[in-house]
Write a protein that binds this ligand. Structure first.
Ligand SMILES: Nc1ncnc2c1ncn2[C@@H]1O[C@H](COP(=O)(O)OP(=O)(O)OP(=O)(O)O)[C@@H](O)[C@H]1O
Length: 544
């Protein structure tokens, strides 16, 4: 669009008007403030001879005025910060402090003008004037627009100052818009990050829920995040946590989330199997390898081919087997007992322990080289007492399961949750499950009150979880069998009976050629106890 200017207008006025109109055109794109300000400074120079325009803004961190936008100044000077000033320095500093106009008709004669040397290089030796106007916001200076021009030019300085005031007002407007855009963008970026974070947490929650892992506490989410992040790699994960914190559940989740999910997940509890049986369980044996090895047996490692091997309570593995396991991990081959032939294996190993393995290494009961092999991704599973906020959700879930199982309609009274949340739970989630089951079954009413739970928990408090579990001691085996569900809370002895005992007894009988006395002796139980188990667990009666 061309605008025809009135005839009567002086040449000077026309030039000013043209500059203003051109500047106004630039203002049509206010969102790109840095470019627009640069454009304004260019117009002032090219159309009006106001050169080396610069916009100086305060930097609170350094208490200086820094040139943020400029036209015609050398990049080296700008980079060297030669035009940067303290608030108290120079004409620019004066304008910023006072909000008044700074006019220096001859920079060579003005002592306040401190960057004379640099400026001189731009005026080629002639007289040089310097003008600085404040950029105002609600009457307060927020920056300074300054230019230089030939000092001997016939145009009065007033005209320049008027034009510069218009330009400073436009720059003020642009700076405000720029600030707003920057703030809004930062706000949106933050919001976006928060949203992504919640989506990620939501995703993790969904994934962990899909694997039956309940809870939303930060410590649990940290564990879920660490496991999900490495699930698809083959990195060995070591799950660290007390008994009943969900180590097996997490191991299964890692397997399900990995590319090995279609292949077997093989789990073996190193603490639950007597040392003399563990080797054969893990590595397998060939027929005739030892007395009682009446047929070939595939070890768990070979069974895990292509999939995942979960070694629970790895800290209880005897040193001799640790060396053998290390060899398998290094060479990816397994030697079944009595076999002359190695079998190539490909599996991912996940381990779990409730003991401090580093301490075991220091004490010499765990090999350092194996520790390094297995402790690649340690994941700490928080005990229940450290995630009280999850207890309500877990309790409701377990009660719901009990209602389904027993076709009942138990519910928890309001005061019951506080009781559950304030208990220490040495046996963690498994203990919570067990306490709820026992309390529900012994409750006369459907509503389980805080008092009723308190009574149950009073009994729990007198029991402590042993630090080291001796799976072969008669006491631990006895407790497991004779008290059954009563002892679910106390960890592995219960597990041993439920999951591995029948297998262990069968294996021991095979190893001892069905010699029950010998099997009982090796299992560290009496013959009577062995027979009792054989009956109870429905093990085929060995023929003498
Ligand atoms: N986050 C969880 N949400 C729901 N149930 C859980 C969770 N974690 C564990 N459980 C339940 O708690 C019980 C114990 O879990 P798990 O066997 O995985 O623990 P663990 O740490 O391997 O125990 P241990 O060391 O004694 O073998 C199981 O019944 C399991 O289903």
């Amino acid at each position: 669009m061309t605008i025809s200017l009135p005839e009567r207008m002086s040449q000077q006025m026309k030039r000013e008007l043209v500059v203003i109109l051109e500047m106004a055109k630039l203002m049509e794109k206010p969102l790109d403030a840095p470019r627009t300000i640069q454009g304004l400074l260019r117009l002032l120079s090219q159309l009006y001879g106001l050169n080396c325009g610069r916009v100086s803004l305060p930097d609170a961190a350094t208490s200086t005025l820094q040139v943020r936008y400029s036209y015609g100044l050398s990049p080296e000077d700008l980079k060297a910060g030669r035009f940067n000033l303290n608030f108290n320095e120079g004409v620019t500093g004066y304008v910023m402090r006072t909000g008044s106009i700074g006019l220096v008709p001859d920079v060579d004669k003005e002592p306040l003008f401190i960057h004379r040397i640099t400026e001189l290089s731009h005026h080629g030796g002639g007289r040089m004037a310097f003008i600085a106007v404040p950029i105002l916001e609600s009457g307060t200076p927020i920056g300074v627009l300054s230019v230089q021009r030939e000092g001997l030019h016939e145009r009065p300085f007033d005209n320049d100052i008027s034009l510069l005031r218009v330009a400073a007002a436009m720059i003020g407007q642009l700076l405000r818009i720029h600030k707003f855009v920057v703030e809004q963008t930062a706000h949106l970026v933050k919001e976006n990050q928060n949203l992504r974070h919640s989506i990620a947490v939501e995703g993790m929650l969904k994934q962990s829920l899909a694997h039956g892992i309940l809870g939303t506490s930060q410590s649990l989410m940290d564990a879920v995040r660490s496991t999900i992040q490495v699930a698809r790699s083959d990195a060995p994960v070591m799950l660290l946590g007390e008994s009943g914190t969900g180590k097996e559940k997490f191991a299964r989740m890692i397997h399900q989330q990995s590319d090995r999910r279609e292949k077997p997940f093989i789990c073996i509890n190193c603490a639950a199997i007597p040392a003399e049986l563990l080797e054969s369980e893990l590595f397998g044996h060939v027929k005739g390898a030892f007395t009682g090895a009446s047929q070939n047996k595939l070890g768990k490692i070979i069974q895990a081919e292509g999939g995942t091997l979960f070694l629970d309570e790895i800290g209880d593995m005897p040193l001799a087997l640790q060396s053998k396991l290390l060899r398998v991990l290094q060479e990816k081959k397994v030697d079944p007992i009595g076999s002359m032939q190695s079998v190539p294996v490909d599996f991912r190993v996940i381990t779990a322990t409730h003991v401090n393995l580093q301490e075991s290494v220091n004490q010499g009961s765990f090999r350092l080289d194996l520790f390094y092999r297995l402790h690649v991704v340690p994941v700490h599973l928080p005990p229940l007492r450290e995630r009280q906020e999850d207890i309500k959700q877990l309790a409701l879930h377990f009660l719901n399961e009990l209602n389904h199982h027993y076709e009942r309609n138990w519910s928890l009274a309001g005061d019951a949750f506080a009781v559950l949340e304030h208990f220490d739970w040495p046996g963690n989630i498994r203990q919570l499950q067990n306490v709820l089951e026992r309390t529900a079954l012994t409750s006369d009413e459907d509503l389980i009150t805080g008092d009723k739970l308190r009574q149950s928990l009073a009994k729990e408090s007198s029991i402590h979880i042993p630090q080291r579990h001796a799976s072969t001691t008669p006491a631990s085996v006895d407790v497991a069998v004779s008290t059954g569900a009563e002892n679910r809370a106390y960890g592995r002895s219960y597990n041993w009976v439920q999951q591995d005992e029948a297998e262990t007894i069968r294996a021991m009988l095979a190893l001892t050629n069905n010699n029950q006395s010998e099997a009982a002796r090796r299992l560290n139980i009496s013959l009577r106890q062995l027979r009792y188990r054989v009956d109870k667990l429905g093990i085929e009666r060995p023929r003498p």
